[in-house]
Design a protein around this ligand. Structure first.
Ligand code: 13P
Length: 250
């Protein structure tokens, strides 16, 4: 049985004092959950969050990293830097980074390898645009993204990686994929992994859904056979709302 993993992606939101207040309110609300809870926060909040989650069941992730360990890359942050302060997870290849910051399948692949090298757990995002969906090429686009992201990734690393299927047209729009659609696409991702790594290995991989998840739709989505939780944007910014998503089955 795969566990459910619910991750918040705060994107470019929350000042340190807001982050600290959030954790103070949120931690007691989710302390008894059996699901894994992750907050992926801006770089400037990482240290505050890491201090404030001590003694709780909340894990902290970053939202991006560079693939080199160090060097002349002004403005970048490496996986080693994240790891050194106690960060556990890192989002890689979010569609907003692919769209606005020239992230490609190749840089996604390099970042995944680099994250694994320093002991960070990548949350790898894939997803199709509305145009691709309307053309009926969703499966092709997604399996291609998965293939390129996982190039050269060993079977033994699979258990350290989370995949988030986030249809781009569903992000921040209030439109969610139907639970059947989301589940089907995630099954395609699993099938692709099975071809490469074997069915047993593929069955163990956590694959989340992301895109306008909120407390009112989390249960129906997360109870589907292949949806192993969610990567939540807007609705992860309010402690009470996000706690309801984490506790979708209570
Ligand atoms: P929303 O939940 O705001 O649609 O964002 C989803 C997302 O991009 C999470 O990474």
């Amino acid at each position: 049985m795969r566990k459910k993993v619910i991750a918040g992606n705060w994107k470019m939101n929350m000042l340190p004092n807001e982050a600290i207040n959030f954790i103070e309110e949120f931690a007691p609300l989710v302390k008894d959950t059996k699901h894994e809870v992750i907050l992926c926060v801006p770089y400037t909040n990482l240290f505050y969050c890491l201090l404030n989650i001590q003694g709780t069941n909340i894990k902290i992730g970053a939202q991006n990293m560079h693939w080199e360990e160090s060097g002349a890359y002004t403005g970048e942050v490496s996986g080693q830097m994240l790891k050194s302060i106690g960060v556990e997870y890192v989002i890689i290849g979010h569609s907003e980074r692919r769209q606005y910051f020239a992230e490609t399948d190749e840089t996604v692949n390099k970042k995944i390898k680099s994250a694994l090298n320093v002991g960070l757990k990548p949350i790898v995002c894939v997803g199709e645009t509305l145009e691709q969906r309307e053309k009926g090429i969703t499966e092709q686009v997604i399996t291609n993204q998965v293939e390129k992201a996982f190039e050269g990734i060993e079977t033994t690393d699979l258990e350290k990686i989370i995949i988030a299927y986030e249809p781009i047209w569903a992000i921040g729009t209030g439109k969610t994929a139907t639970k059947e659609d989301a589940n089907n696409t995630i099954m395609q991702i699993r099938k692709k992994l099975a071809e490469k790594y074997g069915q047993n290995e593929a069955n163990g991989v956590i694959i989340q859904y992301g895109g306008s998840v909120k407390s009112s739709n989390a249960k129906e989505l997360f109870e589907m056979s292949d949806i192993d939780g969610g990567l939540v944007g807007g609705a992860s910014l309010k402690a009470e709302e996000f706690s309801k998503i984490v506790k979708f089955d209570e």
